[in-house]
Design a protein around this ligand. Structure first.
Ligand SMILES: [Zn+2]
Length: 174
């Protein structure tokens, strides 16, 4: 299967910054690249994108014609106690919703994260990509405990993403 992985933010815009100074863009790139390696081992074709310009992200993804588009981010809130995982999909996409549900369940179960639910949003990369698309807020980089998880449990995040993807493929009989 052809999959586009979009790591959130870029070197120009590091995204949210954790209390220990971790950049969202850095952990998203690290987890995305580990995820890419595991997908390649399993015979998938992967396009990796981490770019400042979301219009270019969508253009390049659409040109690649993936069957799924997965954007990985870390969440942030002024309240350092805010915690958990949430997955977003574009509201008209049934496949996007199913993938979001599968990824959400696997992340919550694998990392024992608070389940903040699966939600719709008209985020740019969800609206302007043609493939079923999800945007995953893996955990809160503004929460010191979860910032640590994002740095030290990257293989567990990848394992959860692989489990969620496998569940999706099973349900779709792909
Ligand atoms: Zn982000």
């Amino acid at each position: 299967m052809k999959i586009t992985i979009n790591a959130g933010h870029s070197e120009v815009d590091p995204g949210a910054i954790g209390s220990r100074g971790t950049f969202e863009a850095t952990v998203c790139r690290q987890i995305s690249q580990l995820f890419e390696q595991e997908l390649l081992k399993r015979g998938h074709q992967v396009q990796f994108l981490q770019l400042d310009d979301l219009e270019v992200v969508c253009q390049q993804a659409n040109a690649y014609e993936p069957e799924l588009f997965i954007s990985l981010h870390a969440n942030a809130h002024g309240n350092r106690q805010a915690q958990g995982t949430e997955c977003y999909y574009y509201e008209e996409s049934n496949d996007g919703e199913l993938l979001a549900v599968c990824l959400q369940q696997a992340l919550v179960a694998t990392l024992q994260l608070r389940n903040r639910g699966v939600k719709t949003a008209n985020f740019y990369v969800l609206t302007f990509t043609q493939a079923p698309a999800v945007l995953v807020e893996l955990a809160f980089i503004s929460n010191p405990y979860e910032e640590n998880l994002l740095c030290t449990k990257q293989q567990s995040f990848v394992q959860a993403l692989l489990t969620g993807l496998e569940d999706y493929l099973k349900i779709k009989q792909l």
